[in-house]
Design a protein around this ligand. Structure first.
Ligand code: SF4
Length: 240
C-alpha cells in the first residue's frame, strides 16, 4: 500500500506555507479544526508582524486574535501561540526544539503537531502524523482499528516503512481529498481498491464493502452514499 501510494501521489507534500520550522510550528497550531488554505491566508500577516518567537511572546493577545480570527477557535489558538512562544524563549533560546519530548511540552503542541514539525520542518521521521483523514483511511485499509490518534500511529509505525513515515500522511490526505472521501469514497475508481479491504465502507443498494459487518467506520459516521468496489470490474488507477 505504501508503495502504491507513492506511485499515485509522487508529489505529495505539506500544504501549509512556511519558511522556517518556527513558521511551520505556528501554522500547524493554527491548522487545528481549520483548512490549510485558510491558515495560509492569515499566516503572511502573522509572520510579518511577529517574525520571531521573542516578538510574538510579547504581543498583545487581542491583536493576535484579530489576525488569526478567521481560522476559528481564535482565542484558544492565540493563547497557545503566545504560550508556545514564551516557552520557546524561556526554555529553548527562541528556537524550535528538535525532539518530540521537548515539543510536546509547549502549549498548543500535541503529538500530531510535533510530528509535523519534526518531519516536515527538520526531516526527522519520529512518527506518523495521524489526523482525522489519515485515521479514517487507515481504518478502511485495515492498517489500524484504533480510533485514537496515538493508538493508530502505533499500529502504522509498525507496518509502514520508516523512509515513508513523513510523506505517508500527506499522501493519505491527498487520497482522502481526491478519492477516499469521508462520506462517499470513490472505491470503483480508486488506485488502492485491489489492496483495500474497504473495512466499514457501506455500499449502496444493499451491496456491502468487504469489511462491512465487522462494524461501521467509527469516525466518519454513516457512509450512506459509499460505493463498494464493483464485482468483476478491474479497478482503475487513480490519477491524482
Ligand atoms: S478502495 Fe475505497 S475505502 Fe479503500 S482506499 Fe479506496 S476509496 Fe478508500
Amino acid at each position: 500500500m505504501a508503495g502504491r501510494l507513492s506511485e499515485l501521489y509522487p508529489a505529495s507534500r505539506c500544504s501549509l506555507d512556511f519558511r522556517s520550522p518556527f513558521e511551520l510550528l505556528l501554522a500547524t497550531i493554527l491548522s487545528a479544526q481549520c483548512t490549510d488554505r485558510r491558515v495560509n491566508l492569515v499566516t503572511p500577516e502573522l509572520f510579518r508582524r511577529w517574525p520571531t518567537a521573542a516578538r510574538l511572546a510579547e504581543a498583545r493577545q487581542e491583536e493576535v486574535e484579530e489576525v488569526i480570527r478567521s481560522t476559528g477557535f481564535f482565542r484558544a489558538k492565540a493563547k497557545n501561540l503566545l504560550g508556545c512562544c514564551r516557552g520557546l524563549v524561556e526554555r529553548h533560546g527562541g528556537e524550535v526544539p528538535t525532539t518530540l519530548a521537548d515539543l510536546v511540552t509547549l502549549p498548543g503542541v500535541g503529538r500530531k503537531t510535533a510530528n509535523v514539525v519534526l518531519g516536515v520542518g527538520f526531516g526527522r521521521a519520529e512518527g506518523i502524523v495521524v489526523d482525522t483523514h489519515v485515521g479514517r483511511i487507515c481504518r478502511r485499509l485495515d492498517l489500524t482499528r484504533r480510533t485514537d490518534a496515538v493508538g493508530a500511529e502505533r499500529d502504522l509505525v509498525a507496518v509502514v516503512p520508516r523512509a515513508q513515515w513523513i510523506v505517508f500522511s500527506h499522501q493519505l490526505i491527498d487520497h482522502g481529498r481526491a478519492v477516499c472521501l469521508a462520506r462517499r469514497p470513490r472505491c470503483s475508481g480508486c488506485g488502492l481498491a485491489d489492496l483495500c479491504p474497504m473495512r466499514g465502507v457501506v455500499a449502496p443498494a444493499g451491496r456491502r464493502g468487504r469489511g462491512a459487518g465487522h462494524g461501521k467506520e467509527p469516525s466518519g459516521g454513516v457512509h450512506s452514499g459509499g460505493v463498494g468496489r464493483q464485482p468483476g470490474r478491474k479497478p482503475r488507477r487513480n490519477v491524482p
